[in-house]
Structures are given as C-alpha cells and as structure tokens.
Ligand binder design. Structure first.
Ligand SMILES: N[C@@H](CCC(=O)N[C@@H](CSS)C(=O)NCC(=O)O)C(=O)O
Length: 279
C-alpha cells in the first residue's frame, strides 16, 4: 500500500513536470525563451508540431535544412543547393508542404544556391538573404527580423566575418541555430576572401552565438567530416579555433592555407543575383 502511494506521488510529480515544461514550449509562447526544459525542447517541439529535416549535398558538403509547421504546412528551406533542388521539391511535395521562403545564410562561394531554380519550380516561394550581402533577393533581412512559417519563426542574428552578409537563424525558442559558415562544428568559416575578417568573425561568434543557451543545437551550412550537429556548450568547450584568444584566433585564420573553392568564380556572381539568375 505504502509503495503504491509512493509510486502515485512520483507519477504525479512527473506529470506536473511534464505539463509545466509543455506549457513553456507552446509555439509562439513568450515563455518559451528562457525555458528551463531546453535540453530536450528541440525534440519536444518536433513532436508537438515542428517538422525538421537535415539534408546533405555531397559535392560541396552543404547542409540544407527544411523546417515546417506540421499544422499549417508552411515551410522554409535554408541554404538550398542548385544540384539538389529536385530532391528538395520532391520531399516538399510528398510532405504536402507549402514552401514560403528559401533563405541563404550568406552569399556562398563554393556552390550555386538553389533559390533561383526553386522560384521557378515552386509557385509563390520567395528568396531571402541579408541586406548586407550585396545580393539581390525578394526579401532582404537584417538583425532581429523574423522569418515566419506558420506558428514558428526564425530570428535573424547578423554574424559577419566569413562574409559581410552572414547570418545565424535562430528558432524563436532558441533551441536551434542555423549558423551558416560563421560557426562550423569544431571549426568556422574561412576569412581569406569575399569580405572575410577574422576579428569580426570572432566577435560575431562570441557575441551572437556563444550567448545563446548552452544546449541550443548548432546546425552549420557545411561539414567535411560527417558531423551533423553540435551545441553551443560543446563549441564553447571544444572548438579548436574559437576557444582561443582573439590574437591566437587571428593567427590561426591567417595560416589556414586552404585552396580556393573550385567554383568560386562561377558561384559568387550567380549567388549575388540569388533567386534571379538563369539556370
Ligand atoms: N574544397 C571546397 C571548399 C572548402 C572551403 O573552403 N570551405 C569553406 C566554406 S565554403 S566557402 C570554409 O570556410 N572552410 C573552413 C575550413 O576550415 O575548412 C571547394 O572547393 O568548394
């Protein structure tokens, strides 16, 4: 009898914890920001109504991200690649989604964006990029702007340094951050071409990404080693470049000696008219 009462009390406590966490995570709820239940809120959000897919293009090692509101079916696509547009369109159609916006986290130098072809393939889709990128698009955003899709939205944080127009897109509950080439898993974007500036990148990551909650999931635009996801806490502890002092970071970045991206001369001009170039 006593053990039954103990079990009932434990179940009641668990139910209370669950319902208060769930209440904090209501889509659009202001309390979602600062929630104590953040360590599993990304997974819970997905169970409760956020559809999320991480897609990979193997030639440029680029990740494209599809996010959608399962209820309204409105979707956004982050960093689509020209060569994988048909894959993305097929998935969007199969899932019955309405693609509202195709966003670039910056003007890419290594591949041609898929936004131009997507605008031709999917009726009504708008291209979007930072107004500091120098690129043309239907929507030009800046710090603090929101990209809504159904009950959800992505909030723009400007994170220049790899290029002037680099942004990190953060879900409104701050459980997921799409960092483009600003922060890669255990790395970061190079700073030796376009408007690259190591000091600016260091400040961007420390001020705009490392200030997010520790368990915020980091989803970069590229990975060259098969890594798929990290967290703010992990990168603050283990990123071999960004855990260093500013001077050490600048020295590392000035001595990467990476080869030029093979497609840079074609990709940058095409991406500067993102969403409009002939493909
Ligand atoms: N080999 C690739 C280009 C690889 C590269 O330079 N990646 C960029 C992001 S795409 S511009 C980068 O910043 N890398 C950082 C690093 O530390 O690797 C090609 O030819 O396209």
């Amino acid at each position: 009898m006593t053990s039954l009462v103990i079990r009932q009390k434990a179940a009641l406590r668990a139910a209370r914890r669950w319902s208060s966490a769930a209440a904090l995570l209501e889509p659009g709820s202001p309390q979602a920001v600062g929630s104590v239940a953040r360590s599993y809120c990304a997974r819970m959000e997905q169970d409760r109504g956020l559809l999320f897919r991480q897609l990979f293009e193997s030639v440029s090692s680029t990740y494209t991200y599809l996010l959608a509101d399962k209820e309204s079916k409105e979707a956004v696509l982050i960093d689509p690649v020209l060569e994988t547009v048909e894959r993305d369109v097929k998935l969007i159609e199969e899932l019955g989604l309405t693609l509202k916006v195709a966003v670039n986290t910056h003007c890419h130098a290594d591949h041609i964006t898929g936004t131009g072809l997507l605008k031709k393939r999917v009726f009504g889709v708008k291209s979007a990029i930072s107004r500091h990128s120098g690129a043309a698009a239907d929507l030009l955003f800046s710090e603090g702007d929101r990209i809504p899709f159904g009950r959800y939205s992505l909030v723009v944080r400007e994170t220049p340094g790899h290029t002037d127009g680099c942004v990190t897109l953060v879900t409104s509950d701050q459980s997921m951050a799409f960092t483009g080439d600003a922060l890669l898993i255990r790395g970061c974007g190079r700073t030796d071409f376009q408007q690259g500036c190591a000091q600016r990148l260091y400040d961007s990551v420390h001020q705009k990404i490392f200030t997010l909650p520790g368990h915020c999931l980091i989803y970069p635009a590229h990975d060259y080693k098969g890594q798929t996801v990290s967290t703010v806490d992990e990168e603050k502890k283990f990123n071999p470049r960004l855990t260093k002092s500013l001077d050490e970071f600048v020295d590392i970045m000035n001595n990467l000696n990476l080869p030029r991206p093979a497609k840079i001369d074609v990709a940058v001009p095409a991406n500067l008219v993102c969403g409009l170039h002939d493909v």
